[in-house]
Ligand binder design. Structure first.
Ligand code: 8YV
Length: 321
């Protein structure tokens, strides 16, 4: 068993009850060549959402049977290639839903109310007097919350907005929610264009794929209100970061809150240069209990599959047949 990144000691201890474990104890991720070298002879891998498991890796590691991602997103997996080679992929849905929705809302609030920008101002010793318009931001309660991608996390954000903040919630998704779920989330389905034009706060929670690459680029930003904010807790690559930085600089939209970036952990230098953006290092699921639950579910998937033949949350269950 290979654990590709440092994880909780208790996760390693649990895996060691069942397997011989080699784990990456370094701070950094392995390169693809190192990953391939370490995977030689291994039947399972514990991955963390960043290790690319593609046709090249699979061809070079014929013994591999399962990769368990400690993440709900699995765009690091080439799932069709894994299925073709009968390699099981698993992810960690549900256990992080509410925590990630909490963070989406935290980022929305921080962005709308200019929390980090004003803190930097204070820390820099610039706060010398009260002023009527000092860090006046956008209203959150009663405003229109737009959600792009209405899976479990999107629904969690919708509920927080509708029930906690009296927001008017609209959403766009590949498929519509059932009337019962729409009622529970108090959310109204709209076209992507209406979503972009109407939302005061737009939150992106859709999965990343070739189709969702640059879902939000200059053309889409141009449809948004100049007072709107944009929050991305989905994946870098869904937003064209260069176009967003330009739009923030030109005040085409008021502000953005970003937890994910194209090419992270590198961040587009223009995003670092503009003041009206809140930047966090991909921490939406980062609470101690949730990260422990994610690690445990990933490990349970490995044990479930390799020891009992029953993974808990398989992505390509067809390989089990
Ligand atoms: C992870 C995530 O922290 O679950 C996901 O899809 O993006 C995050 O919760 C990240 O993938 C590293 O595991």
């Amino acid at each position: 068993m290979l654990v590709a990144r440092a994880v909780f000691p208790e996760t390693i201890a649990f895996l060691e009850q069942h397997f011989e474990v080699e784990h990456n104890q370094a701070d950094a991720a392995w390169s693809k060549q190192d990953l391939i070298a370490r995977l030689q002879g291994k039947v399972g891998a514990f991955t963390t959402g960043t290790e690319r498991i593609d046709a090249e890796v699979l061809a070079a590691c014929p013994q591999l049977k399962v990769c368990a991602n400690m993440a709900v997103g699995y765009n690091n997996f080439d799932l069709p290639a894994m299925t073709a080679r009968k390699v099981l992929g698993t992810n960690t849905p549900d256990v992080l839903t509410e925590t990630t929705a909490d963070f989406g809302f935290a980022l929305l609030m921080a962005t709308a109310r200019r929390v980090t920008e004003s803190e930097h101002y204070l820390r820099a010793g610039k706060w010398t007097k009260w002023s009527y318009d000092m860090f006046a931001g956008a209203e959150v309660h009663g405003s229109t919350l737009g959600i792009l991608g209405m899976g479990r996390i999107g629904q969690g954000i919708a509920k927080r907005g509708a029930h906690g903040f009296g927001m008017n919630v609209i959403y766009h998704n590949r498929s519509r929610l059932s009337p019962a779920l729409e009622a529970e989330c108090k959310a109204r389905y709209v076209s992507k264009e209406e979503l972009l034009k109407t939302a005061d706060h737009l939150v992106l929670v859709l999965p990343y794929s070739a189709e969702s690459h640059h879902t939000i680029a200059a053309k889409e930003i141009a449809l948004m209100k100049p007072t709107a904010t944009l929050v991305n807790i989905a994946r870098g690559g869904i937003v064209d970061d260069a176009a967003l930085a330009q739009a923030l600089r030109d005040r085409k939209i008021a502000a953005a809150g970003l937890d994910v970036f194209e090419g992270e952990p590198k961040v587009h230098p223009e995003l670092l240069a503009v003041p009206n953006v809140v930047l966090t290092p991909h921490i939406a699921s980062a609470t101690v209990p949730t990260r422990k639950a994610m690690a445990r579910l990933a490990a349970d998937n490995l044990v479930g599959f390799l020891v009992n033949g029953k993974p808990l949350t398989p992505l390509n269950p067809e390989v089990l047949n």
